[in-house]
Ligand binder design. Sequence first.
Ligand SMILES: *Cc1c(COP(=O)(O)O)cnc(C)c1O
Length: 429
Amino acid sequence: MKRQRSSLLFSAAKRYMPGGVSSPVRSFSAVGGEPPFIARGKGSRVWDEDGNEYIDYVGSWGPAILGHAPDDIVAVVCAAAAKGLSFGAPTVGETLLAAEINAALPSMEMLRFVSSGTEACMSAIRLARGYTGKDLVIKFAGHYHGHSDGLLAKAGSGVATLALPSSAGVPREVVEHTLVAEFNDGVALRGIFSQHRGKIAAVIVEPIAGNVGFIRPQVDFLGLIRELCDQEQALMILDEVMTGFRVAFGGWQTLAGIKPDLTTLAKVIGGGLPLAVYGGRKEIMAKIAPLGPVYQAGTLSGNPLATACGLATLQRLKAPGVYEELNQKAAFLTSGLERLAARYDIPLRSDFAGGMFGFYFTHEQVRSYAEAQQTAVHWYPRFFHLMLDQGIYLAPSPYEAGFVSLAHSQEDLQATLDAAEQAFAQLRV
Ligand SMILES: *Cc1c(COP(=O)(O)O)cnc(C)c1O
């Protein structure tokens, strides 16, 4: 597959932008080679600047749950744009979308719109500290909650639970208020709670770890977090930025019957425009300015195009059978991958929930980031490029979830499995 024009465009982009990109994973540094420049998308497909066509399983990293550029949603956004792009003043779209989110996720009694998942998680943490009057926050290794300073933390060495910065430019003193625990390790989590009694403001967790592939919570692990938070009067923040309206109408909490104190959402709820939200119990949200002392604001927050797009997207997702359809598609794809890999003697384990899936090159079940790192991730770059050259666009990193949309047809899924069979055959030689 020729990508000459993309290559030239990439060189031009690198002149002005670090790595030629606006977000690091897009540069293909995890898989090698150069990224196709995307010219347009429709339904399950995207086309690059050289005219190559791909079946897309990145879906803008989650938002494109209806497929790309659905006619009805585009019409709604155009109509909203014609009325004005942004006012920085209250608009009815915010209340309509807030009511829709509240009906789907009753734990979000009140909420605040922001523009990115990063902002939502950062603000939820500030709020948890402001509400509890405590400073320590527990996060899990490999879970991603955006790039705010305090959450760019990785586990320190040995048994110390105090975190180290995972990025240059983050002061040690900032991440000293972050504790990093292993996902799905209840014993260790209990240990951390008893070691820091009376000091823990919040636990922030992805219900499914989707930024290191796909790792589902072991039975009762999220229930244990709920229980420990209640005991210690700490807040449970469920980061449903990826899982929200992706695994079910609502989110993982809807499926699992978990009631977090605060929830963060982004990706699907904006339908492709920059929109995110954090919210939870009324008495907690009442601490946010202007009602309370915790400050948080945004010039473009609750933008009228984004709320119109989000509302129209949720309305489509409300139709009966939507999540059954997504589940069936993801099940067909992942079970097919496992079956074909086995045929070529390639160890592969996959999992899915709604329209979100992942796979690792391993025979073992993966329960944590540490275990994910022990899988044969070095096979991924080769597999990725074998797929890309057959017109299948997977995430350009082994540590990312994949996404199917309502626009993916049975033919798309079968074509993907046919390509995977070719790739597995070549991986073996
Ligand atoms: C994508 C993501 C974020 C960050 O959202 P941005 O909009 O990229 O800032 C936070 N948490 C989770 C779980 C995510 O998947």
